[in-house]
Unconditional design. Structure first.
Ligand code: HEM
Ligand SMILES: *[C@@H]1O[C@H](CO)[C@@H](O)[C@H](O)[C@H]1NC(C)=O
Ligand SMILES: *[C@@H]1O[C@H](CO)[C@@H](O)[C@H](O)[C@H]1NC(C)=O
Ligand SMILES: *[C@@H]1O[C@H](CO)[C@@H](O)[C@H](O)[C@H]1NC(C)=O
Length: 546
């Protein structure tokens, strides 16, 4: 008796399967072509690879040695125009755009037609799991709803705690009392510690105080210190040769590499023990931190805001703990928000001071306006430093905008279409026709390239010139914080913190010199961009240095 599983039957099943799929894909193509025609769409220019699926391009990208953003991304946009498409391994061609109108469509106007999708989630899952950054639909809106109260005005306008962390940072920049000059110092690690200390307290109720621990002589957590396992791990003094910051940065570096491997991102995970070790260190840190926070079990006590009214302090960790007792889930939320809050603001501050050190006239003008608006930093001037005054110091805001324009901390991003849809421009020979996007197709957008387009910003687009912001309206051509329903939740928080730090440093120091201004600025490109060689400067105490 014949079994159903004869070779012949299997063969026919296989052939029917292939025919079915071929047939379906032909119909699918026809449907999509019709959709494109009906909407007046035309193709954008195609990036031409030499080998199928762009294998040669992937190889070139992996072995590329130059500045990926300037010499690869911007160059391609320069050659092909603001919107174009390229081949990728398996699946539909990717549309790349640096056009404000298209980006506005993806993120705002047609928000429902796009999602973040698997492409981001999968490579990053091992480090930070599921949460606001990596989810879509109801999971995302739920995570966003839990986080939103944390960023309300009354929570971010209280600057007392910020001053405490600021004092710790200033302590880490000792000046020689006779010359009035500080030793050569790299400001970048100080900024990363400040944002970490601020964010952990702001979001989770207790600061890891890494600035203090990093300054204190090496301790191994003996009884006389109040340092916990987590604070020691944060400052790299837990006996392992790592700090949380280093491990977090290492892990992100590997992840950003794995994006280049596209579908083969998991190779990194499989073969790099260094990557897995870094991730595991971060997980352990988060677990200790959560446990220690619960053990201390802080009581909610009303806080006084600047205007004198009391309000309930919102501690994200507590709100999250009401949702879930699952330690892994809590850890994932914690790491996601730390990723959002630590590196971004610290990078903005690093870029700002790197640029200021190389543009003495901007430093001088900024300092003059800061002294005018906030005084020279005596204790009597304390009252002047408020949320509202920071916001209305226009030149200060323009300096931060200009740093974010040249070095948007998150330089590139993408979305995936959830339905057949249309982008308004980029198609046809002159790029003015709409472009059809097929369900499942990825649209990548480069804020970095858009922020440096000379047709938008003028011939001096590559120059640091805060004055260009005078009288300029904010629109979709400037997008460091994203736009639409997924706009950065921490925008006001980050700008306030950065403004505060700039004011306090410029009150204290009236001179800044780069240690080395002859080398070109290099970027460290991970999920965010930061100065590759740190921010090495010499600072002169106000009124003391000559
Ligand atoms: C200079 C500082 C910052 C920049 C340039 C920045 C930029 C961005 C960008 C571009 C996104 C969009 C990501 C995407 O949807 O693909 C984003 C999302 C987000 N940011 Fe920020 N960010 C900064 C600081 C912060 C801070 C300090 C926090 C919190 C403490 C924060 C919290 C978030 C959150 C929670 C999201 C996810 C929003 C959502 O998907 O609904 N950000 N940020
Ligand atoms: C175009 O999009 C693909 C897919 O996301 C990306 O890998 C590539 O780097 C992008 N190219 C540029 C120049 O932005
Ligand atoms: C962190 O910084 C923000 C913005 O400056 C501020 O509102 C908040 O109170 C700070 N929190 C802590 C705990 O330092
Ligand atoms: C820590 O030590 C391990 C080996 O013991 C080494 O592979 C790793 O690179 C070190 N990490 C740092 C940050 O020094």
């Amino acid at each position: 008796m014949d079994s159903v599983l004869t070779i012949r039957n299997l063969f026919f099943a296989g052939v029917s399967f292939v025919i079915f799929y071929a047939f379906r894909s032909v119909l699918d193509n026809r449907r999509f072509k019709k959709f494109a025609r009906e909407n007046g769409c035309e193709d954008p220019p195609l990036f031409k690879d030499k080998l199928p699926w762009g294998i040669d391009t992937i190889y070139k990208l992996i072995t590329f040695k130059g500045d990926l953003l300037d010499d690869w991304v911007c160059k391609q946009y320069y050659e092909l125009g603001a919107t174009w498409k390229g081949n990728v391994l398996f699946g539909d061609q990717v549309i790349n755009t640096s056009d404000p109108q298209n980006i506005q469509t993806i993120l705002g106007v047609k928000f429902k037609d796009f999602e973040i999708g698997e492409k981001r989630h999968r490579p990053i899952r091992y480090l930070i799991g599921n949460g606001i950054f990596t989810s879509d639909g109801p999971t995302w809106s739920h995570a966003r709803a839990i986080m939103r109260p944390q960023f309300m005005r009354e929570h971010i306008s209280n600057l007392e705690a910020t001053e405490r962390h600021m004092q710790n940072l200033l302590k880490a920049i000792p000046a020689d009392p006779t010359s009035g000059w500080c030793d050569e110092i790299d400001l970048q690690p100080l900024f990363f510690r400040l944002t970490m200390d601020n964010a952990t307290e702001f979001l989770f109720g207790t600061s890891v105080d890494s600035q203090l621990t990093a300054m204190a002589p090496a301790t191994t957590g003996d009884a006389q210190t109040v340092q916990t396992r987590a604070t020691l791990m944060a400052a790299g003094k837990s006996g392992e040769n790592y700090s949380f910051g280093e491990a977090f940065t290492t892990a992100q570096d590997y992840i950003s590499w794995s994006f280049r491997f596209q579908q083969f991102y998991w190779l990194i995970h499989l073969f790099s023990t260094k990557y897995r070790r870094a991730c595991q260190f971060c997980h352990r840190f988060a677990d200790y931190f959560i446990e220690e926070n619960f053990r201390q079990h802080k009581e909610k006590k009303p806080e006084k805001s600047n205007s004198g009214e009391t309000y309930e302090k919102y501690v994200l960790l507590e709100a999250l703990a009401e949702e879930t007792q699952n330690r892994k889930e809590l850890r994932e939320h914690l790491l996601q928000i730390l990723l959002a809050g630590r590196d971004t603001t610290a990078s903005l501050l690093s870029w700002t001071f790197l640029l200021l050190s190389r543009h003495p006239h901007v430093w001088a003008r900024l300092r003059k306006e800061i002294i005018r608006d906030f005084g020279a930093g005596s204790s009597a001037d304390k009252e002047l430093l408020t949320f509202h005054r920071l916001k209305s110091c226009t030149y200060l805001q323009h300096v931060l905008y200009e740093a974010l324009r040249l070095y948007p901390v998150i330089p590139a991003n993408h979305r995936r279409a959830t339905a057949d849809t249309v982008l308004p421009v980029g198609g046809g020979a002159d790029g003015t026709k709409p472009v059809a996007v097929r369900k499942g197709q990825v649209v990548a957008y480069s804020v970095y390239a858009m922020h440096r387009r000379t047709d938008i910003w003028g011939d001096d687009a590559a120059e640091f010139r805060p004055e260009r912001w005078q009288g300029r309206k904010l629109d979709w051509s400037f997008l460091p914080f994203n736009g639409g329903p997924r706009i950065c939740l921490g925008q006001q928080f980050a700008l306030t913190l950065a403004s505060y730090v700039v004011v306090r440093i410029l009150q204290r120091f009236d001179k800044i010199e780069p240690v080395d201004s002859s080398t070109p600025i290099e970027k460290f490109l991970s999920l965010t961009i930061s100065p590759a060689n740190g921010v090495k400067v010499r600072l002169g105490l106000a009124g003391r240095s000559q």
